[in-house]
Design a protein. Structure first.
Length: 112
């Protein structure tokens, strides 16, 4: 089983979410976060004054999936979150050792 954490632009959330639903990814956790990557924020201008925004709003998506679903889910997120500009985000993929559904006590992939 895999745990995917994807950091994406807020304006791409609906595109990614609907695309994941289309490929059968039913479980999804979404958090609003702020941060910066290599670009260390952005410089913006308002009423002629320039100012630096260090923490940029982003969306953190988390999904737990079967190993067999990894390629399609990864591809779906990348295709629907990408704008081609700096700040499109990142994806982190790790292995999940165990899953337990609290309500029923089911374990493993069946608990997903």
């Amino acid at each position: 089983m895999k745990h995917i954490i994807a950091i994406v632009r807020p304006e791409k959330l609906d595109d990614v979410r609907h695309a994941l639903e289309k490929v059968g990814c039913s479980g999804l956790m979404i958090s609003e976060i702020s941060g910066h990557g290599k670009q260390k924020g952005v410089v913006q201008q308002w009423r002629g004054e320039k100012y630096k925004v260090d923490l940029i709003p982003k969306i953190k998506l988390e999904v737990m999936i079967k190993d067999s679903e990894l390629d399609i889910i990864k591809k779906t997120i990348m295709e629907n979150a990408r704008t081609g500009e700096i700040g499109d985000g990142k994806m982190f993929i790790s292995t999940v050792d165990e899953v337990v559904r609290i309500r029923t006590g089911e374990e493993g992939e069946i608990a997903l």
